[in-house]
Design a protein around this ligand. Structure first.
Ligand code: PEP
Length: 254
């Protein structure tokens, strides 16, 4: 059984007090499970509150949703990897589809951000995924492999192995339409094959699925052995629904 990662992407939701409250409620009811990590990605201004709440929980971490590739400088409104790390982040998302498609983040920029994250000791979670038109045109594999190639460019094999991948088909994010477990698994296998040629032999690469995961579909998705976890937006915002998804970590082990 490989390590599983359950990641909550809160996007632009939860000010510090609300973030603290949700984390407190989740941790009061969620017991550590061996080989499981829970990661909260709150808005950056709520990071300190989350970091404070998770203190002492080795199975729970916090991260930022985006970084700039420079370590410091005149980049008003941006957050660098060293600053995020110093504020207690252990992870950063890179290349989330909303960054790519709403803010014009390019493939090349994701590569620079992955390098910056690793240099600062942050674990990157590189998000990849195709648009619905790309899926219909049969280019899912080409798009995902292009995004992987750019996001992981210039990394040696051991370093590549440290980057978690989140496969998030854009048409499934925030739409209520999730990929079926077998559709997700098919893309995961493609990603895994590609990574296997670029990482040390024998290592299991963390590949998560994201896109309208909720308490109703998470068990079926996680029953698919290809999935090493989930990246969840809307259904991670409230303690109850996030806890029901975390429960699938326990069920899969049985
Ligand atoms: C996400 O934000 O990465 C995501 C998958 O969102 P949702 O779960 O709301 O589709």
């Amino acid at each position: 059984m490989s390590r599983l990662i359950f990641a909550a992407n809160w996007k632009m939701h939860h000010a510090p007090a609300a973030a603290r409250q949700v984390v407190r409620e989740v941790l009061a009811r969620y017991r550590p499970v061996a080989e499981r990590e829970v990661v909260f990605f709150p808005p950056a201004v709520s990071l300190a509150a989350v970091v404070d709440e998770i203190k002492g929980r080795r199975d729970v971490a916090a991260g930022v949703q985006n970084i700039h590739w420079e370590a410091k400088g005149a980049f008003t409104g941006e957050i660098s990897a060293p600053i995020a790390a110093a504020a207690g982040a252990a992870w950063t998302l890179v290349g989330h589809s909303e960054r790519r498609h709403k803010f014009g983040e390019t493939d090349a920029e994701t590569g620079r951000k992955v390098h910056a994250a690793l240099a600062a000791g942050l674990l990157p979670m590189l998000c990849v995924g195709e648009l619905i038109e790309e899926r219909r045109a049969g280019s899912t594999e080409a798009v995902v492999l292009r995004q992987l190639g750019a996001g992981l460019a210039g990394l040696d094999a051991a370093t590549t192995a440290r980057v978690a991948i989140a496969y998030e088909p854009v048409w499934a994010i925030g739409t209520g339409v999730n990929a079926t477990p077998s559709d997700a698994a098919a893309v995961h296998r493609t990603i895994r094959r590609w990574l296997a040629e670029r990482t040390p032999p024998g290592s299991r690469h963390a590949i998560l699925y994201g896109g309208s995961v909720n308490a109703e579909n998470s068990a079926a998705l996680m029953a698919e052995e290809e999935l090493d976890g989930v990246l969840v937006g809307g259904a991670s915002l409230e303690a109850d629904s996030w806890l029901r998804i975390l429960e699938t970590a326990v069920r899969r082990e049985k």
